[in-house]
Write a protein that binds this ligand. Structure first.
Ligand code: BGC
Length: 475
């Protein structure tokens, strides 16, 4: 007979608080997406109000990534010192304050500082939310929570694209439209901040701080039976007696350095294939090809969101490597096609004389490219980075790889438009297609298949000196 802990209402086998935990965490993913997707359909309005040059546009877009690097770097420290809950609250507060202040339309310097702060919040959230979920959500739903976070990012990108299009059309005056665009972010940020107060602290962090009584109190809220609580406490105690998180010195240990290299290169290529040029600048790029309107504005976020859904099933069915190959090949072919289309169009062409053929090729290429990314490199890279590191170095490994992601995202965003201006519109697509080829070779030589093997087995293989690409093989 199931002995109830008698705390809180229950829905479908889980207590209501579990749904609150998942919703607040989902909001973390959503805010990541809202900030990432903000630029695409607000850039024209921003340019009108602030009179932005190409370089201003790039800097304002890319400073989110700089904030992300610092957020990711410091989030480990915050999560350890303040606890997971307070770190989430802090991220929620930063999101709320920075988007609200942006809505007042301060000068460009302050507006950029606010975007840096938003990036800091995104960097923190992208580390703390998955950590908090993995420590607090009941074991049976942890896996789906991980993919939910990814899906929420793409929903956030989609949502802000829709609202920004709608606002820009309804209010032609940028001084009215821009505050409304920023306030959309504030709305969800305030929800995350407010919701954060009712979250319980992570049981693992409480145990780390030696607060067992409080841990039991939290577990009573989230779990259903005394038996589940006892098992959880036992598992946390065992984990705490096992290898503990060590400092950054671990990067000098050979076995760790090997997997770090895989994580770093995966994150680097995830950005060098050019995804954020599409996420940020698709309407601008379609504009260079004489295409404006709803298709130019909504194709990328819609395809991106819809194609993330099959990825959730395919990562387990096909495995990580197969998806990475399929995605990279699709992106290679479509980037070459987009480059050729732009070569036919030429740079600075008069929109009125651009033929339908290159426009159609460009549109199809972008759709298949986004499909290729969303179904593979988008979710798989984050997943593999959460799987390959040995327990004692997981925090360090994920911090470094997350920082690499933001560093390359920033580099691409800060230079893409200037690159197109200097070397011609077609050039950047050929460049990205080149990175796709190198990425395929890298996956083939160094990336392990991590499907269907426990993290402990993989750790054993790693320390036993297995070749990188054989880490996921049962021995
Ligand atoms: C990437 C982001 C990108 C997003 C698009 C994520 O996996 O890290 O840089 O904007 O996917 O969906």
């Amino acid at each position: 007979m199931v002995e109830e802990t008698g705390d809180g209402a229950q829905v479908g086998g889980y207590k209501t608080i579990v749904f609150v935990i998942c919703s607040v965490a989902a909001l973390g993913g959503l805010l990541f997406g809202l900030d990432q997707g903000f630029i695409a359909n607000s850039l024209e309005t921003l340019t009108e109000h602030y009179d932005l040059t190409v370089q201003d546009k790039e800097s304002y877009s890319a400073i989110l990534a700089t904030g992300g690097i610092f957020g990711a770097l410091l989030s480990g420290v915050f999560a350890r010192l303040l606890g997971r809950k307070k770190s989430l609250l802090l991220a929620g507060f930063i999101f709320t304050a920075a988007s609200l202040y942006s809505a007042l339309l301060p000068n460009l310097f302050i507006l950029s500082a606010c975007r840096f702060a938003l990036g800091f919040g995104v960097g923190m959230a992208s580390f703390v939310v998955p950590l908090y979920l993995s420590e607090t959500a009941p074991a049976a739903i942890r896996g789906s929570m991980g993919t939910l976070f990814q899906l929420m990012i793409t929903i956030g990108i989609f949502l802000i694209s829709v609202t920004n299009v709608f606002i820009a059309r309804a209010f032609v005056d940028p001084a009215t439209a821009l505050p409304l665009m920023f306030l959309t972010i504030t709305l969800f940020a305030a929800l995350m901040f407010g919701g954060g107060f009712i979250l319980p602290e992570s049981p693992r962090w409480l145990m780390l701080k030696g607060r067992k009584e409080k841990t039991i109190e939290v577990l009573r809220k989230t779990l259903n039976t005394q038996e589940e609580i006892d098992t959880e406490i036992r598992e946390i105690e065992e984990a705490l007696h096992g290898p503990q998180g060590v400092g950054f010195g671990i990067v000098f240990r050979g076995y760790f350095f090997k997997v770090l290299l895989v994580g770093v290169l995966l994150q680097m290529f995830q950005q060098l294939v050019g995804i954020n040029v599409m996420i940020y600048y698709a309407p601008t790029i379609f504009g260079y090809a004489g295409m404006k309107g709803i298709i130019a504005m909504m194709t990328v976020p819609t395809v991106n969101m819809l194609c993330t859904i099959p990825a959730i099933f395919l990562v387990e069915k096909w495995g990580r490597k197969k998806l990475l190959y399929v995605g990279a090949v699709a992106m290679f072919v479509t980037m070459v096609a987009a480059g050729l289309a732009f070569q036919a169009i030429g740079t600075g062409a008069d929109a009125a004389i651009i033929g339908n053929a290159p426009k159609t090729i460009l549109l199809l290429a972008v759709i298949v490219y986004i499909f290729g990314f969303a179904v593979s490199w988008g979710p798989v890279v984050w997943l593999v980075c959460s799987e390959i590191f040995p327990l004692e170095g997981r925090e360090v490994g994920m911090t470094i790889t997350t920082m690499v992601n933001w560093t390359f995202a920033g580099l691409v965003m800060a230079n893409a438009l200037t690159f197109m201006e200097t070397f011609g519109n077609a050039s950047i697509f050929f460049l990205f297609s080149g990175f796709c080829i190198v990425a395929i070779l890298f996956v083939n030589r160094l990336v392990p298949e991590t499907r269907g093997i426990t993290l402990e087995e993989m750790e054993f293989n790693l320390k036993d000196g297995a070749r990188l690409r054989d880490l996921g093989k049962q021995r």
